[in-house]
Ligand binder design. Structure first.
Ligand code: 5GP
Ligand code: ZN
Length: 134
């Protein structure tokens, strides 16, 4: 699996204009560059997906863009197609895991439970999921 170092990632993501690709202070950027270890389940040019360290369901995967943006709204503004790539990755991982149903969640802001400010889509599945959420 090819590991893209931060200098390479800046070039790699330069098509997104003036946005800096990665933030050296960001936990998920360090997981993207594999400076911090994680169990990566999918990686392509645009997306990295890895198991959540504190899983809330048998499948709990975090799907992140290889571009540092704070939240889902910022990501959608920068690149609708990159936003869609996160959902396509979720569908692919769900199929690989044999999930017949699953939940995808973006938490935005501390009040909603966001604790890492690099946009990430939670993929949850493998058990019955209650609604409304807590
Ligand atoms: P948020 O609360 O921002 O929506 O989601 C952040 C998620 O990142 C949490 O579910 C948390 O368990 C997960 N997380 C925090 N630190 C780490 C880490 O170092 N590695 C991994 N794999 N997940 C992490
Ligand atoms: Zn980041």
């Amino acid at each position: 699996m090819q590991v893209l170092r931060q200098s390479q990632l800046f070039q790699h993501c330069s098509r997104y204009g003036n946005y800096v690709a990665l933030d050296s202070n960001c936990l998920f950027c360090k997981i993207i560059t594999e400076d911090i270890p994680a169990h990566i389940v999918l990686r392509n040019e645009n997306v990295v997906a890895f198991n959540d360290i504190n899983p809330q369901a048998p499948t709990h995967v975090l799907i992140v863009p290889t571009l540092h943006v704070e939240n889902a709204a910022a990501l959608a503004k920068v690149s609708p197609t990159l936003t869609a790539d996160l959902f396509l990755a979720a569908a692919q991982i769900a199929q690989t895991n044999g999930l017949t149903g699953y939940r995808t969640v973006f938490n935005t802001g501390e009040e909603a439970g966001q604790s890492v400010f690099h946009a990430h889509l939670h993929l949850l599945g493998g058990r019955g999921l209650a609604w409304p959420p807590g």
